[in-house]
Design a protein around this ligand. Structure first.
Ligand code: NAD
Ligand code: LMR
Length: 330
């Protein structure tokens, strides 16, 4: 069991809180028993988002800040600015940045989102160097290495506290496999490894015990790898997954906070600095504790089919990591 006092002392900052993910994610945080201060930060709209959320009758105090501390904030007259949003934060969730349109890859977002993430993580280095960073902004395979390099340059990098959020890949894998098996998705738990873009997403369906033909295995694997594209196409230019991502982002945040509060056996996937493959950053199940990632866990045996994808994925993933590191270095 965890201490009640620890339950009620967490501050979570959402950067990009007025966006498609940021708003529903902030709502879920506002409903959380694990959060007692929720700070909503964005370049637009956060005083309104925070005022709106503050009418929900839950215990957490909600604030809304814009980059310019003098440009408005919630509560009215409160300090505002990135510093106020971040100071004292235990977890900073970052969905700030542009989403894809049909025909784009996540890497096509690099030029815009790399700078956004770099600037925000510089703020974290200064104002909340001990917070766990949960990075949602794409391309995650590169933005997480950027965050790590920024923190290293500021002398505050802790690899246990810099995570790319890959929870949505697991949500999709569980949903799609459950449909195939005729099961409730909550009874299915697929390990998904690698990164968060196309073929770097590798669901280990062989470990689930599900029976399927070769064609079914291929179709399920590819659907999980390209699940993001399914939503991008259906939204037809209006963005990418927001509601399912808000759910997945909250699940990740809640688990980080449960572990922080002393709850044991919190294991969930995260894209983190890792020594379990040749890639410097890799998504795999991780055990979380009070200080972030306690242990990067292995992922068991791969089938020959999965090994084929793994071998294809690794050069792509390493290149995307290097791209992030090069950006941060220059
Ligand atoms: P959106 O455009 O609806 O919202 C993004 C928000 O970020 C906007 O409100 C914008 O004002 C804000 N923003 C931009 N620059 C900022 C800055 N410098 N500081 C603070 N806020 C800033 O986009 P969205 O649909 O919410 O998606 C956000 C990001 O999340 C995209 O990069 C998308 O690709 C990514 N994403 C990742 C996953 C994942 O599984 N990791 C899933 C879905 C989407
Ligand atoms: C997703 O997986 O839904 C996100 O990474 C958004 C996208 O661009 O597909």
């Amino acid at each position: 069991m965890f201490a009640r006092s620890a339950l009620s002392s967490a501050k979570v900052a959402v950067l990009g809180a007025a966006g498609g993910i940021g708003q529903p994610l902030s709502l879920l945080c506002k409903l959380s028993p694990y959060i007692d201060t929720l700070s909503c930060y964005d370049v637009v709209g956060t005083p309104g988002v925070a005022a709106d959320l503050s009418h929900c009758p839950t215990k957490s105090h909600t604030t809304g800040s814009l980059p310019d501390a003098g440009a408005g904030s919630w509560p009215e007259g409160s300090e505002g600015g990135l510093k106020a949003a971040l100071e004292g934060a235990d977890v900073v969730v970052i969905p700030a940045g542009v989403p894809r349109k049909p025909g784009m890859t996540r890497d096509d977002l690099f030029n815009t989102n790399a700078s956004i993430v770099k600037t925000l993580v510089e703020g974290c280095a200064e104002h909340c160097p001990d917070a766990v960073l949960a990075i949602i902004s794409n391309p995650v395979n590169s933005t997480v290495p950027i965050a790590a390099e920024v923190l290293k340059a500021k002398g505050v990098y802790n690899p246990k506290k810099v995570c790319g959020v890959t929870t949505l890949d697991v949500c999709r894998a569980n949903t799609f496999l459950a449909a195939h098996m005729g099961k409730d998705p909550s009874d299915v738990d697929v390990t998904v490894i690698g990164g968060h873009a196309g073929i770097t997403i590798l669901p280990l369906l062989s470990q689930t015990g599900a029976t399927m033909t070769d064609e079914e295995r291929e179709a399920l694997t590819v659907r999980i790898q390209f699940g993001g594209d399914e939503v991008v196409q259906a939204k037809a230019g209006a963005g990418s997954a927001t509601l399912s991502m808000a759910y997945a982002g909250y699940l990740f945040t809640e688990n980080v906070l449960k572990a922080k509060a002393g709850e044991k056996d919190i294991v969930m996937p995260a894209y983190v600095e890792s020594g379990i493959t040749e890639a410097e950053f890799f998504a795999s199940p991780c055990r979380f504790g009070p200080d972030g990632v306690e242990e990067v866990l292995g992922y068991g045996e791969l089938s020959d089919y999965e090994q084929g994808w793994f071998d294809k994925m690794l050069p792509d993933l390493k290149a995307q990591i290097q791209k992030g590191k090069d950006f941060a270095a220059n």
